[in-house]
Design a protein around this ligand. Sequence first.
Ligand SMILES: Cc1ncc(COP(=O)(O)O)c(C=O)c1O
Length: 360
Amino acid sequence: MALEFPLTPNPSPKSDAEIAAIHANPGFGTHFSDHMSVTTWHQDQGWVADGVVPYGPFQINPACAVLHYAQEIFEGLKAYRHADGSIWLFRPDENAKRMNKSAERLVLPQLDEADFIKACTRLVETDARWVPDAAGERSLYLRPFMFASEDYVGVRPSPSAVFCVIGSPVAPYFAGGVKPVDIWVTADYARAGIGGTGFAKCGGNYAASLLPQVEGSEHGCSQVLYIESVGKDQVEELGGMNVFLYRDGKLLTPALDGMILDGITRKSVIQVAADLGIETEERRLTAADLFDGIASGAVQEAFACGTAAVMSPVNSFKSRHGVWQLPQPAGPVTLKLRERLIDIQYGRAEDTHGWMLRVV
Ligand SMILES: Cc1ncc(COP(=O)(O)O)c(C=O)c1O
């Protein structure tokens, strides 16, 4: 049976003035809207007790499975306000599909695509005041997540789970908008391995990325690019973004091999590039493709992409062995693709692929 997410209003919602103050300087992921969508699952009953309820803490038993074994998955998507005041989601069906793939890998329950989308749209409808206008590429970031809720200390798939969506008004992830970023490259740490959880969006992957991220920031870098750590030869992805190179008039990006996340921005960039007559080669990308390609001048541009930061041009890749400076840190191809994608999201370019879903 379809979930409905009936509303229990927040008795003390933020005032319009308080929300305006947050919108003036939202940061990323620090402020949360007045409500959240929640539903719970039990293996004997399926999904039950769904609703849009006041935003607030969960009460969690110290024995709760997620606290011990990290049986948890999440998603990330944004609600965009268009110039006419309407509010839209970008490809939420893709997030719903990907969450179910993550759920399968983490032995969490499947959620119908329609229920996933409804959890998001009901929250956005309810907290429409929290969706900023398009100035400065602001949006309401939605964070759907699901966790094992059984109170049991022992390694086994939980017979119960919670699914929740929260909303946070955000500015672009990297302060400074299209400011080109420096990326730390490491083969010392693995983000994922063959047969592991690289393709799933589970919290454990990100916990494992924190130490390399600290190392990267000590070297002035905002993200880490992983080179597969066994052969030390295969370019994978960043801790939270996919990577593209632009070489000989073509985009190059690592193929989906089970170790990297099937990014929705990645697949949208590939389509937008095709629309603009730019071919993308999805293949095994080697460290030589990256380092020698930049050193020889063949790689003219590079960018990282993901929902949070959209598309960030790369200024340089740095590692323990040196610095590889891009000749065109915010090159014309990167900027053209970025502009087209953002224009679709904010309703300034025609949505020829039917990616946008109107909510309000
Ligand atoms: C590891 C990783 N790769 C890639 C991405 C980009 O995915 P998307 O474009 O769907 O946001 C993300 C962000 O969600 C990520 O965490």
